[in-house]
Design a protein around this ligand. Sequence first.
Ligand code: NAI
Ligand code: MG
Length: 351
Amino acid sequence: KTYRIASVPGDGIGVDVTVEARKVLDRAAGKFGFSLSWTEFDWSCERYTRTGSMMPDDGVEQLSAFDAILLGAVGFPGVPDHVSLWGLLIPVRRAFAQYVNLRPVRLLPGTTSVLAGRKAEELEMVIVRENSEGEYSAIGGRHNTGQPSEFVLQESVFTRVGVERIIRYAFELARTREGRVCSATKSNGLIHSMPFWDEIFAEVAAEFPEVHSEQCHVDALAARMVQAPERLDVVVASNLFGDILSDLAAAITGGLGMAPSGNINPSGEHPSMFEAVHGSAPDIAGQGIANPVAQILAAAMMLEHLGETVAAQAIRAAVDRTLGDRTAVTPDLGGTATTARLGSVVADQLA
Ligand code: NAI
Ligand code: MG
């Protein structure tokens, strides 16, 4: 079987880590009996500075022909972040109905949590972030510019369909894990959107009596993630809340260099897109020292989504062995290995 993969390395370390993920995937393909046909796109902030756009007008259409998309990271000093978000990431997520942003976290072997004394199994969880609506909306505007009465309006959009499908996804996922879902809310402060979210959460929860469900205000949930992470497994949250909680979850399990994510179209009608949680890290770009693990784990999630579960599991095991015996670790983990060396060792662990 051949999978058609679109690779969009992007900017900065996105390029460095995508090379390594591809190295590992190609080795896994050879070993597990499938093949990958790669097409690379130079869509990036660097392209934006040359041409005025992140991707061509028919970019989304070009991607629609692929089975999956592997994205590096986009972002470049001098290019405002909203350009890369609204010029590439958000249009792709929305056009392909990638309404789930899945961010599994676990403490990898050979790494320590900033939370002293926490064991790996206590920190394993997954953030299911709503990825298509909510607080990240273009509706609103700036009024009375320059006047003392100046103000802005920033609207959120929560649809019944949108809220229901993300919550249902979380419950279905919980059934395959520990059978626990915690919903992030803030219905004491956001008096329209969050009571609606809570109401739908209760409706869906009633369909899954075997799954333990609870809801928690997002501020208290952030505290709980640090103080009692063992009580969390599947966390479902709106776009903004999920964005924040997933960076927090990544931080307590060893840092951004190791956290993968998937922008998933659950029906499979459109391609899903996999990426590291981290950005383009201009401070270390081009130095060959970025940690490629997050991107390699994102690539493993991609294989899992494509149905190559055994290969995905083998890649995760190869990463665990490489970090566990510290054969090759990058400076962010206290080692001296280069990005390329860590990628090669993981690939060799597969063979
Ligand atoms: P960042 O994630 O790029 O970097 C934050 C810090 O973590 C930096 O000190 C960096 O060196 C370190 N770091 C990140 N990934 C690492 C890795 N793999 N190995 C070792 N160290 C690593 O976040 P920052 O600095 O806020 O953003 C930089 C640019 O990336 C911005 O333009 C931002 O918009 C963009 N960005 C893009 C994302 C995407 O493409 N989805 C996501 C987040 C940020
Ligand atoms: Mg984020």
